[in-house]
Design a protein. Sequence first.
Lengths: 114, 114
Amino acid sequence: DQQVKQNSPSLSVQEGRISILNCDYTNSMFDYFLWYKKYPAEGPTFLISISSIKDKNEDGRFTVFLNKSAKHLSLHIVPSQPGDSAVYFCAASPTQGGSEKLVFGKGTKLTVNP
Amino acid sequence: AAGVIQSPRHLIKEKRETATLKCYPIPRHDTVYWYQQGPGQDPQFLISFYEKMQSDKGSIPDRFSAQQFSDYHSELNMSSLELGDSALYFCASSSIGTASGEQYFGPGTRLTVT
């Protein structure tokens, strides 16, 4: 049973436009959410995170929104750049700052076209 | 900044052989995690260690074992290898003392079982 779901396997956007990647989760015990970016032949790279006590966290071009009642989060990238082309994984954890495992979605492949 | 180091990067083994994967966490990180990512799949949690003690266990086969040593590096030992063990194996590390708690991933070891 997939507890973290990324229903769009791929997304294609034009350079300079907004990229919106979506993620849904089913386990209400999840309290901390993270986005990772992964290039081929590399490990996932941490991008941005959000705790369940917040509904928005922003870091430069990246903003994560959390709707806890809907068990939904999204990652916004504005403006999108060709270097953003990668697979983006949504991940969730029951706690922040502990040693809990991460539960990942299946990823969304983002392609930013010049 | 120092990152998570994994060795070897690539490994080819035959069925029923054994393999040992090594992970060197970021300095001062006290928690190590192992994940397995099959082709087109999300990373699946295998096992984690905090301060050299097993802290959590996921879908790790009984043929696999792992440990964390006094210098905090970790080894994943895999015996009686099967074709289905072919995957990318990621190690991640974190520090339980930091408020953010994000996990930092190594580049992975690609294991191919023939």
